[in-house]
Structures are given as C-alpha cells and as structure tokens.
Write a protein that binds this ligand. Structure first.
Ligand code: FPP
Length: 280
C-alpha cells in the first residue's frame, strides 16, 4: 500500500499496535467465521431504489438482478453453502401486469444467461415454489438450469418464485397420513416436495431482509424457526459483497442456543452442538 511505504518504522509499529487494540476490543474481529451454513435473503427495495432515481420500477429490478449475481459470487467465499433468495412471492401476482411480465422475463433471461456460469462454478440452482402458474418459457428455463447444474456442490442456490410458505405448509400437511403426527424429518421432506425443492436442505441459519421493512412476508416460516434475523435499510440493488460479509460477521457474533444452554464456541453453531431443549 502506498501509505505504508511512506510510513517510518515507528509509525508502522504504532499502527500495528493500534490495529491489535481495535481487534482485541472488537468481538466481531475475533469471532470465528462460520462454515457450511444457510443464508436466506428477502430482496426488498427495488422499486423505491428506482423511484429515488426517477426511473421506472423495472430499472430497480434490473439493478436487483446485478445484486443477485454479486451475492452469489461472494457467498461461497464466506462459508455459505446454501443461499435462498426470495424473488417473487405468491402475493406478488397482485402487482400490475406489466411489472409481473417484466419480472418473469427477467427471471427467464437471468436463468438462461447464468446457467453456464453456475456449471463452471459448481453452483447447483433450484427454483422453489409453484410451477403451474409460471409462463411456459420460464418453466422450461427452470427445468433446463436445474438439470444442467444438478451436480454442483460448491453452493446450492435456491430462488423462490411464486412461493408462499403458508401454501407449502398447507400442501405438506394435507399430504400427511392421518395416522398421527409426523416426525419433523418426515414433515420437512413433505414440505420440500410441496415447494418443488430438493429434500435434505438444512434449516435457515441467517435470514437477511433489505429495504428497511422488518417482517417475514410468508418466507420459509418452518425452515427459519431458529434463524438469526438481520434487517438492513439498504435497498437490494445497493447490496454488495461487503454487505454480505458484514452480515456474516454479525451472524458469527450471535449466541445460538436453540433453546439449550450456551456453548463456549458459539460461531456457526449447528444442531449437533445443541445441549437440548426448545424455546427462545
Ligand atoms: C422486492 O422489491 C423485489 C421483488 C418483488 C423482485 C425481486 C427481483 C429481483 C431482485 C430481480 C432479479 C432476480 C433474479 C432472481 C434474477 P419491491 O419491488 O417490492 O421494492 P419496493 O418495496 O421498494 O417497492
């Protein structure tokens, strides 16, 4: 760095000491980075981002697609192995026809253009949600990208389109035999089937919502039972790799107990480390 070459030895040593003091005082710096975890993101604020720039809402969605790409590229380097992005809720059909059509075209072109990139980078791409109401071209693009990327092991990217957690929960519940309550594993498998998702995905560890609102909006209600929640005012199109990294650092400082007792090593705490119990 230019600044450090201009520093004297004394100045460099003072800077090193200062940096050490800062790191010692800041638990975020000392926390272990978590590994192998599931981040889910409610990508909100596209429309307001565009309106603030006096541009049509669709410009916000296009900028949002660029943020998707940045986020997917950054995720594996931060230890994220599953990333679920909320792109279109079952309630979003209520939006004006032109906006819905634009979003459907954007999803289709994004899936097609990113397919080779996903294959090259070991990304498995799945789309979760209903398929029967999607335009045929988008349905075809989903099937093609899921087939071509199914061997990816680096990152499981799940994009939620025409998704409603409540609908999926009701469909899964209706598919259960009447012989008694199912085990959580049996129910999770039925739930995955109900939303066209591959089974066996771990629960959400960190749920981020951009755009300033603080609600779950019918997203992954079962899977987020013990998710850490993080809300940011940043609009989705402004979300950067650095923002994702900050979110992961914040997550790594959270003490996750899953209703059990505190563990000495709390970073990225998984179910297997839980000492028992349910509750807050
Ligand atoms: C919410 O912001 C965003 C959406 C409903 C669409 C999300 C779509 C993208 C991020 C574009 C590309 C996605 C993929 C997967 C290629 P909003 O429009 O509700 O914003 P507002 O609350 O400011 O109006």
């Amino acid at each position: 760095m230019i600044t450090s070459t201009l520093m004297s030895t004394d100045e460099r040593s003072r800077e090193r000491t200062q940096r050490q003091i800062t790191e010692d005082a800041d638990p975020v710096c000392r926390a272990q980075p978590p590994q192998d975890f599931h981040v889910a993101i409610i990508m909100d604020g596209n429309g307001r981002w565009a309106q603030r720039r006096r541009r049509p809402r669709r410009a916000g969605h296009v900028a949002g697609a660029a943020a998707v790409r940045r986020t997917v590229e950054a995720a594996p380097g931060l230890g994220i192995t599953t990333l679920t992005l909320y792109a279109f809720s079952a309630d979003n059909w209520r939006r004006p026809r032109a906006e819905v059509d634009h979003l459907m075209r954007l999803f289709q072109s994004h899936l097609r253009s990113e397919c080779a990139n996903c294959v090259d980078n070991g990304v498995r791409l799945s789309v979760i949600g209903r398929r029967d109401r999607l335009p045929g071209g988008l349905g075809d693009a989903i099937e093609a990208v899921e087939l071509r990327t199914r061997q990816g092991t680096h990152l499981h990217l799940r994009i939620a389109i025409d998704y409603s957690a409540r609908d999926a929960l009701m469909t899964a519940a209706a598919s259960m035999p009447a012989s008694g309550p199912p085990s959580p594993d049996t129910f999770s498998t039925a739930l995955a089937r109900a939303m066209n998702a591959p089974p066996g995905t771990r629960d959400v560890d960190l749920l981020i919502r951009t755009g300033g609102e603080r609600r779950l909006s019918d997203f992954l209600l079962w899977e987020s039972a013990y998710a850490e929640l993080l809300f940011t005012h940043k609009a989705w199109p402004d979300f950067t790799a650095q923002d994702l990294e900050s979110a992961v650092r914040e997550f790594s400082t959270r003490h996750r107990r899953f209703g059990g007792l505190p563990s000495p090593n709390h970073a990225g705490l998984g179910q297997s480390q839980v000492k028992g119990g349910r509750g807050p």
